[in-house]
Design a protein around this ligand. Structure first.
Ligand code: NFC
Length: 555
């Protein structure tokens, strides 16, 4: 008999996500992904000064807290052909990679960890055996039997009080949990440590951007001033603090995150479902030199179709045949309801005709989401760390290939294992490693450049609107933690004429297209098993593996 499961809201994500899945036996046979809130930030920025827009669109999200601002200023700079100083590019890269590492660690432990780790089983662990396990994995100092006994007692206290707090509302004891009690206790201890660690790494944003979330940005460069002799701006004392936070992050990724990833993945490597559509897209990001030079990107631009690693296609964000958004299943209106629009011609005209009280299930034959359906060359595409690693691997990018080959060898898995829920989680942790390894390099570049006498962070050349053309259009792009992000702006007479964002979770959480082809979340659920239909742990694991952000997706 078929049962329809509704998970709404799907928690441990940012924003409002509803998943409906039809389960027959233990198999999902139909799935719908819906963003259930409208925001309208693209409309709010119309007619504003393009130099101010970053600060509005940055509020699309407080999780990927800087990347919308960066993407926005890049869109305006592209429209005005506005060049930025070298220091500004380096600082933007440090901000981006800081966020990447912060975000991926928080996702692994706090947003996704309990899909793999059973907290209640940790209560049965032997602290001495947990200590031996921890020491066999790395030389991280917090590994004594006494330390794990203390953590266990803390969790026991919560359970006995009946108030599980941050550990409440999960399917503890579910048969899909596979870790022994000691591995569970180790992961719970690191959950708590990662909570403390994550508040430290964001200090890098506060130094360069004044605060976090939502650090400051500016069109034409970066707003911080560098002067080694001034106590009020970026000076050597603050740069030393940046370096110490980079070093701490490196140690945490190398000695905690990666050892935990490999230990946990070893128990789950037989569960290779959740692969989804098999199309992967990366706009490219983190330019070593300049955003106009794709050959210098840390994350190469490209698209891979049907899991075929032998072909990579170039992605052109300005080509109307490449990127289009459709609304055939979304609560928006276009003049031609079946046509797709390139974002420079894009439109955000809300038109809700969905369920009203008393609420009922969504209908896949009608409109059912506030998320639009983006396509690249006519295909729905998965974006995110797995997409970046698949594209990078297919491009033969050495650092990416090295990390993937090493991980697969350690786990004794074939390359096809990447196309799974576990593969997404693996790629995200490997990307934290790639990112943290490059942070120290960018820091060294910044210091070397300053020492060579260059302290410029801002280029005033095109700041004044009197130097702008009457009409211009531009696109800004970046690789956000959850995937490819781009903003398209049109400027007329010094004001924003139109603004469109196509966002990572828009790609991944999109409803099906006009032909009924499912979006990445929906497709990935079709081979995800559900052992206990009223406890859909595996469904959560697959959806969480994309690291959803609905605030971004609906924007
Ligand atoms: Ni919100 Fe963002 C969305 C990211 O998908 N990464 O564009 C950005 O959120 O976390």
């Amino acid at each position: 008999m078929a049962t329809r499961i509704v998970v709404d809201p799907l928690t441990r994500v940012e924003g409002h996500l509803r998943i409906e899945a039809v389960v027959e036996g233990t198999q999902i046979t139909e799935a719908l992904s819906s963003g259930t809130i409208f925001r309208g930030i693209e409309k709010i920025v119309e007619n504003r000064d393009p130099r101010d827009v970053w600060s509005f669109v940055q509020r699309i999200c407080g999780v990927c807290t800087h990347i919308h601002a960066l993407t926005s200023i890049r869109a305006v700079e592209d429209a005005l052909d506005y060049r930025i100083p070298k220091n500004a590019n380096i600082i933007r890269n440090i901000m981006t990679l800081t966020q990447m590492v912060h975000d991926h660690v928080v996702h692994f432990y706090h947003l996704h960890g309990f899909d793999w780790v059973d907290v209640l089983s940790a209560l049965k662990a032997d602290p001495k055996a947990t200590s031996e396990l921890a020491m066999s994995l790395s030389d991280w100092p917090n590994s004594s039997a006494g330390y794990f006994r203390d953590v266990q007692n803390k969790v026991k206290g919560l359970v006995e009080s009946g108030q599980l707090g941050i550990f409440a509302n999960a399917y503890w004891g579910h048969p899909a949990y596979r870790l022994p009690p000691e591995a569970n206790l180790l992961a719970v201890a690191h959950y708590i440590e990662a909570l403390n660690w994550q508040k430290e790494i964001v200090k890098i944003h506060t130094i360069f951007g004044g605060k976090n979330p939502h650090p400051n940005y500016c069109v034409g460069g970066h707003p911080s001033t560098i002067n080694m002799n001034d106590v009020h701006v970026i000076n050597m004392e603050r740069l030393n603090l940046v370096k110490s936070k980079i070093d701490e992050a490196q140690t945490f990724v190398d000695k905690v995150l990666l050892p935990d990833l490999f230990a946990i993945a070893g128990f789950y490597k037989g569960d290779l479902w959740g692969g989804g559509i098999g199309n992967f897209l990366c706009y490219g990001g983190v330019p070593m030199t300049d955003i106009r030079e794709p050959d210098s990107f840390l994350f190469p631009n490209g698209a891979v179709l049907n899991r075929d690693l032998s072909k990579v296609y170039d992605v052109d964000l300005k080509d109307p045949e490449h990127i289009k958004e459709f609304v055939s299943h979304s609560w928006y209106q276009y003049d031609d309801p079946q046509a797709g629009l390139h974002p420079w011609q894009g439109k955000t005209a809300p038109a809700y005709d969905g369920p009203r009280p008393p609420y009922h299930n969504l209908d896949e034959n009608k409109k059912y989401s506030w998320i639009k359906t983006p396509h690249w060359q006519g295909h729905p595409m998965e974006v995110g760390p797995l997409a970046r690693f698949v594209v990078g691997y297919a491009r033969g990018n050495k650092p990416i290939k090295g990390l993937v080959d090493d991980a697969l060898q350690r786990l004794d898995l074939p390359i096809t294992a990447l196309f799974s829920t576990l593969g997404r989680t693996l790629a995200r942790a490997l990307e934290a490693k790639l990112s943290v390894d490059h942070l120290a390099g960018f820091y060294a570049d910044l210091l070397a450049n300053i020492k060579a006498g260059d302290s410029q962070t801002f280029n005033p050349e095109k700041w004044e609107p009197s130097r702008w053309p009457a009409a211009a259009q531009g696109v800004g792009f970046a690789e956000a933690p959850r995937g490819a992000l781009a903003h398209w702006v049109k400027i007329r007479d010094g004001k924003v004429e139109s603004y469109q964002a196509v966002v990572p979770t828009t790609w991944n959480a999109a409803p099906r297209d006009e032909k009924g082809v499912k979006g990445p979340y929906e497709a990935s659920l079709l081979d995800t098993p559900v052992a206990v239909p009223d406890q859909p742990l595996e469904l959560l694991r697959t959806i969480h593996s994309f690291d959803p952000c609905l605030a971004c997706a609906t924007h």
